[in-house]
Write a protein that binds this ligand. Structure first.
Ligand code: GDP
Ligand code: ZN
Length: 316
């Protein structure tokens, strides 16, 4: 099967543009326009153009050329239309950014209505990471078969009110699976959420055989496994890709700089700039537009509590 072989399989012309599906140390698997896969290395010129850790990541569009010796090289990396990165706090208030996926379109945050019960503070953490990266977020409320209809409504309905798309699913019964499949079609997505929420069951319902490393880790309860897993884009038959990278499981724990935090709560945005102090933390200052909105119920107690906890570093 040429698709699996790598090397020069599928390379009929010398140069083409493709998508990076897998990245590990200095080897990259690139999907050619006809859908075959080619193993590539990185040319020195392309290396110098960017910071070392983020030169080429999954999702990048790259131009690739076959060399006289038969090897295939990535010559150039196209500008990214979006990037999904993890920020890590460094010394003296500095932040380091690790790009995990280029050109990401969608973060799908999967929570279950029960077993485990949904934790709105954790839902907010996932949404904040998506907003900080400027990537659309969709919430999946899975296991609707386990609870009365009023439960998903009361927990997830408020997120629809502030503008998020919520898909209600029962992965095992196949409810909502078609809607999720067409939601992912043609886009690059990350599927995240707490262990046991049903991510691997959902993905398997969407496309049998699709298995992410996240599922293997939660099943084996092994700790070391994800650290050796390469970042990968899994192709969907319906078109599009699901990204799997080491570190995606911890998405809910990623840190966000305090200055960016309030903006990541979408329903806070209309009030930002209306506070008495430019650098208002919205915790205790007088003439705070956010706390005024909270007092009249325009901002919910729960969401404000999530904001406060994330700001003061309360894992909650
Ligand atoms: P993951 O850790 O997020 O990948 O979760 P899994 O897909 O491994 O699912 C965790 C458990 O929940 C498994 O025992 C699944 O069979 C079960 N499960 C998944 N989806 C549903 C659902 O819609 N309804 C019910 N009742 N159970 C589900
Ligand atoms: Zn304020």
């Amino acid at each position: 099967d040429l698709r699996q072989r790598g090397g020069c399989a599928g390379l009929s012309v010398g140069t083409f543009t493709g998508t990076v599906l897998r990245a590990r140390s200095s080897f990259y698997t690139v999907e050619t326009p006809d859908g075959s896969l080619v193993e590539c290395r990185l040319r020195g010129r392309a290396k110098r153009d960017r910071q070392s850790s983020d030169i080429v990541v999954i999702g990048d569009r790259v131009s690739v050329a076959r060399q006289p010796d038969g090897s295939v090289m990535i010559e150039e990396v196209e500008p990214r239309r979006s990037r999904f990165s993890r920020r890590q706090a460094g010394p003296r208030g500095s932040w380091r950014e690790d790009v995990m996926v280029a050109n990401l379109d969608l973060v799908v945050a999967v929570f279950s209505c029960d077993r485990p019960p949904p934790n709105p503070r954790l839902i907010d953490r996932f949404l904040v990471v998506a907003e900080d990266n400027g990537v659309e977020a969709t919430i999946v409320a899975n296991k609707v078969d386990l609870v009365e209809a009023s439960i998903p409504e009361s927990v997830f309905g408020p997120y629809e009110t502030i503008g998020y798309r919520v898909l209600y699913t029962a992965a095992k019964a196949g409810i909502g699976v078609d809607a999720l499949r067409s939601h992912l079609a043609g886009r690059i997505s990350v599927v995240a959420g707490p262990s046991g929420a049903g991510k691997s069951t959902l993905l398997n319902a969407i496309q049998p055989g699709l298995r992410l490393a996240t599922a293997e880790v939660s099943e084996s309860l092994g700790k070391g496994r994800h650290t050796t897993t390469a970042a990968e884009l899994h192709r969907l038959d319906a078109g599009g890709y699901v990204a799997d990278t080491p570190g995606i499981r911890e998405l809910g724990l990623w840190q966000i700089p305090a200055r960016a935090l309030a903006w990541c709560f979408v329903e806070f945005r209309p009030y930002l700039g209306g506070c008495g102090f430019n650098d208002c933390s919205h915790l205790h200052e007088p003439r705070c537009a956010i706390r005024d909105a909270l007092a009249v119920g325009e901002i919910s107690e729960g969401r404000y509590d999530s904001y406060r906890r994330m700001l003061v570093g309360d894992a909650g």
